[in-house]
Ligand binder design. Structure first.
Ligand SMILES: [Zn+2]
Length: 321
């Protein structure tokens, strides 16, 4: 994927393109950002641009080198990540990488390596890697991806150029989903929930989610304090393990956020809105969103999911009725 196709990181792409133009790319980079924000794509774009002989500061995307890079079949690019079932990137893996980097490239002007997640190098493997980082053999380029550069040893950080990727904007996530053929209403919803991560967005964009959304709507519409059983039924059917419950709370939040926007006349809703809640006055909707946020925090702190939802739904029913 050439730089031209990277969305949402204009400043970083600009820095990288200029460094390619002037021949001043760093030999080691740290790309910091949340998973799914585009760090790996940008790393691949950088390598592709460095390897492409057809154009200057970006990959042409069509030459044989570009095609090999984007299909993940380029013999000069090495990916290092923890082995299956292992927590850390081991010293043995890094030694192997150092051996590989020291060999002559097969066809590219230089070898390249993407190491992810860099914070999974333990102290001894990180230390074994310092020399390579300082002077990569054969002018190799090393790109380390991490969620948090502060988790890396200062000796590692000081040898690399650090680029910080912000989470993608909702607009970017929506566009990227639509470019991948996701229907626009689904893309809008998934983008809202994705917190700037394409990985999260793709997880959100699935059938199970639409089913949970429909179920949630149905339960919220039937909530009635005069029939307390309706509250307990809803909590029973909606709560799951901690992550599932958090997901339901996120869907509720997104619906309520939509209700706020619609009620205040800003724009038309993207979600199907539970009838009762959509018709409430603004201050009640805001009250409900505060209750959801409180519950979300409690569940995050390991409160019992079912009890937390029981409580929340009772409060919502009381506010709504
Ligand atoms: Zn090319």
């Amino acid at each position: 994927m050439p730089f031209a196709d990277i969305l949402g990181h204009d400043r970083i792409v600009d820095i990288l393109r200029r460094s390619i133009c002037t021949g001043k790319t760093a030999h080691a980079y740290i790309f910091e950002g949340i998973p799914g924000c585009g760090r790996r794509k940008t790393a691949v774009a950088l390598i592709q641009a460095l390897y492409c002989r057809e154009s200057q500061d970006d990959a042409c995307g069509v030459c044989s080198s570009c095609r090999k890079v984007s299909s993940g079949n380029h013999g000069d690019i090495h990916l290092v990540e923890p082995l299956p079932d292992k927590r850390d990137i081991s010293i043995a893996q890094l030694r192997e990488l150092q051996r590989e980097l020291a060999l002559r490239p097969y066809e590219a002007p230089r070898k390249a390596c993407i190491l992810e997640p860099a914070e999974r190098m333990n102290v001894s493997s990180a230390n074994s890697f310092l020399k390579t980082l300082e002077e990569p053999p054969g002018n190799a380029i090393i790109i380390m991806l991490t969620e948090n550069a502060d988790m890396l040893l200062p000796t590692i950080r000081s040898r690399c150029q650090l680029l910080r990727f912000s989470p993608l904007s909702e607009e970017c996530v929506r566009k990227l989903l639509e470019n991948n053929g996701v229907e626009s209403s689904v893309a809008a919803f998934a983008a809202q929930m994705a917190e700037g991560s394409m990985i999260k967005a793709v997880i959100m964009d699935n059938e199970a989610l639409s089913e949970r959304k429909a179920l949630l709507c149905q339960h919220l519409e039937q909530l009635d304090m005069r029939r307390i059983a309706s509250v307990f039924d809803a909590a029973e059917s909606l709560s799951g393990n901690r992550d599932e419950t958090l997901e339901i709370l996120d869907i509720m939040l997104s619906m309520v956020r939509d209700a706020v926007i619609t009620t205040s006349g800003c724009k038309s809703p993207q979600n199907r809105m539970p009838k009762g809640i959509g018709a409430l006055p603004l201050e009640k909707i805001i009250q409900i969103s505060e209750e959801i946020l409180n519950t979300r925090r409690a569940v995050q702190r390991n409160a019992n999911a079912k009890l937390a939802l029981d409580n929340l739904l009772m409060r919502i029913a009381a506010i709504a009725n």
